[in-house]
Design a protein around this ligand. Structure first.
Ligand SMILES: Cc1cc2nc3c(=O)[nH]c(=O)nc-3n(C[C@H](O)[C@H](O)[C@H](O)COP(=O)(O)O)c2cc1C
Length: 347
């Protein structure tokens, strides 16, 4: 797979793990890295929460030497707050800084942050200039195709971002109003790619190796970012690498490999968050890892599990279903080859 160069940061793969609020913690990033993810991002970190010293926010900045290169994503719209946030960040080890101009959530856009900045391209340009000047790291920006179908202005926003000195641009090919559903606009991503000299990383429904390769082919982008496609499916990194090199894909590994990975993820969660919180946060991953596998009763029980032992036992029970392997894999294949997200997600 081709490399990505973002400023001085060289990434040996062009497939990137996108930031996801409530998901992209250290355990999640490490699990994906163990299957070939090279560049990952923290979930979005609000500049004002950072300034207020929120304990939860500071925890989001935790990283290890295995978690490199790492991008920190910042959300904000107030230049003074962003300056202070950058001062605080200078005490942390990471490689890139990404600015969020893509978040569609009402609470965020009503503060003029996230995707609201797409409607104020000049303000966004000034904020990015500040980030480039102050951060001392390569800066990237994440945008959407526009605010709504009548304001698809990604090309203008992207040129302004490049003028501001950013080293790379992430684009989710949907408008703010589309949220996380509806068609991804490959055309606008291609237009942005063709008008910029910096790397452009495309996103939107990168759910399977085939859909990742379609994003590459139809947009000519330099990289692709994977978000929902990695939920309970870190294999998307290894399988996509094989697929792009012309190999065949097995869609997902067998149940034994899945349950081994679930156990590793669960233990990482318990170590990082503490047992109680780690188990609670793992509940949704139980469902995602076992998507397409008929373990219905176990999924319900997983949502009640409160201890590491209880969750481990449920994973063992799922593993015992290996005997019904053929049935499992057929339904799993069908659910994973769908070109549409199987569920609605979103913060
Ligand atoms: C649960 C969830 C949380 C997200 N949080 C963030 C975030 O913190 N920052 C961000 O830039 N994008 C966030 N996104 C958007 C994703 O990074 C990605 O751009 C979007 O999901 C499109 O990719 P996909 O269709 O392949 O999932 C989030 C998406 C989901 C589903």
């Amino acid at each position: 797979m081709a490399m990505l160069s973002i400023g001085h940061v060289i990434v040996p793969s062009s497939l990137v793990l996108a930031p996801m609020a409530g998901i992209s913690d250290l355990p999640f990033r490490l699990i994906n890295r163990s299957f070939g993810c090279e560049l990952a991002f923290t979930e979005m970190i609000s500049a004002s929460s950072l300034v207020h010293g929120s304990k939860n926010t500071l925890k989001m900045l935790s990283a290890t030497n295995d978690d490199k290169p790492l991008g920190v994503q910042i959300l904000g719209a107030d230049p003074e707050g962003i300056k202070v946030a950058l001062d605080i960040l200078s005490g942390y080890a990471f490689d890139l800084i990404d600015f969020n101009a893509a978040c569609p959530v009402k609470k965020v856009v009503s503060r003029g942050e996230g995707a609201a900045l797409l409607r104020e391209p000049l303000k966004l340009q000034r904020l990015l200039e500040l980030m480039v000047k102050k951060s001392g790291k390569p800066v990237t920006v994440k945008i959407r195709s526009g605010w709504d179908e009548t304001q698809v202005n990604a090309a203008e926003v992207a040129l302004r971002a490049q003028d501001a000195g950013v080293s790379g641009l992430f684009i989710h090919g949907r408008t703010r109003m589309q949220g996380y559903s509806g068609e991804v606009d490959y055309r606008i991503i291609g237009e942005v790619k063709n008008s910029l000299g910096i790397p452009v990383i495309a996103g939107g429904d990168a759910l399977t190796p085939y859909l990742v390769s379609r994003l590459f082919q139809e947009t000519g982008c330099d990289g692709v970012s994977v978000a929902r496609g990695a939920l309970g499916n870190p294999w998307i990194f290894s399988e996509t690498a094989k697929y792009l090199e012309g190999g065949t894909v097995s869609f997902r590994p067998d149940l034994f490999d899945i349950t081994q990975t679930m156990k590793k993820h669960l233990v990482l969660n318990a170590v990082f968050h503490g047992e109680k919180t780690g188990v609670v946060l793992f509940r949704k991953f139980f469902t995602w890892y076992t998507r397409g596998i008929p373990v219905k009763g176990l999924k319900v029980s997983a949502f009640r599990a409160g201890t590491l032992n209880e969750m481990m036992q449920l994973i063992d029970e799922a593993q015992a279903l290996q005997a019904a392997g053929d049935l499992c894999l057929v339904s799993r294949k069908e659910s994973l080859s769908s070109s549409h997200p199987p569920e609605r997600f979103g913060p």
